[in-house]
Write a protein that binds this ligand. Structure first.
Ligand SMILES: Nc1c(NC[C@H](O)[C@H](O)[C@H](O)CO)[nH]c(=O)[nH]c1=O
Ligand SMILES: CC(=O)[C@@H](O)COP(=O)(O)O
Length: 158
């Protein structure tokens, strides 16, 4: 279902588990920082809203979305880390570079989740335009950071 038909910030919290003792890593790309900061705030506030302890949320910044995978692995490798949320914004450029980044990050994050057998969430905004990115960072389509935090909570209750 396209994001235009499913607001990223709409969800049903009725089945959420107690996350007060869960430890979350936030890995945030510094590229497009003015947007990724909004995604990060959305994820952080959603975790707190549903009972996470702020002392158990560990935010780290990486240079760009391509580095999200290694940043996620740095955190996921620790047994005490329960879930990792990766947040970035890749906006189509003049070349195919954005395609390579997005595909590498999607596969890389999947590999880290499978390797360490824990939720590693793909919170990557992959758009054609800056406007589309803002639409998914607190705009008309909601906040991808909220969606990513909800996915982490839901997977911890799997
Ligand atoms: N163009 C975007 C990038 N590019 C940088 C890469 O992610 C990476 O940091 C670089 O290739 C060095 O390894 N990153 C984004 O997050 N968003 C973009 O739109
Ligand atoms: C994907 C990006 O925006 C950046 O890494 C490269 O853009 P471009 O393809 O215009 O060089």
């Amino acid at each position: 279902m396209a994001t235009a038909l499913q607001n990223l910030s709409d969800y049903d919290a009725s089945s959420f588990i107690d996350i007060s003792e869960k430890r979350f890593g936030l890995v945030v790309a510094d590229w497009n920082r003015e947007i990724t900061d909004v995604l990060s705030a959305g994820a952080y506030e959603t975790l707190l809203k549903h009972g996470a302890n702020p002392d158990n949320i560990f935010r780290n910044t990486v240079p760009g979305s391509f580095e999200l995978t290694l940043g996620a692995q740095f955190l996921a490798q620790h047994d005490e880390m329960d879930a990792v949320i990766c947040l970035g914004v890749v906006i189509q450029g003049e070349t195919k570079h954005d395609d390579y980044i997005c595909h590498a990050v999607a596969q890389g994050i999947t590999n880290v989740a499978l390797k360490f057998n824990k939720p590693v969430i793909f919170g990557l905004v992959t758009t054609n335009t800056l406007e589309q990115a803002w639409d998914r960072a607190g705009g008309k389509h909601g906040n991808k950071g909220v969606e990513a935090a909800v996915a982490a909570i839901q997977m911890l209750g799997f």
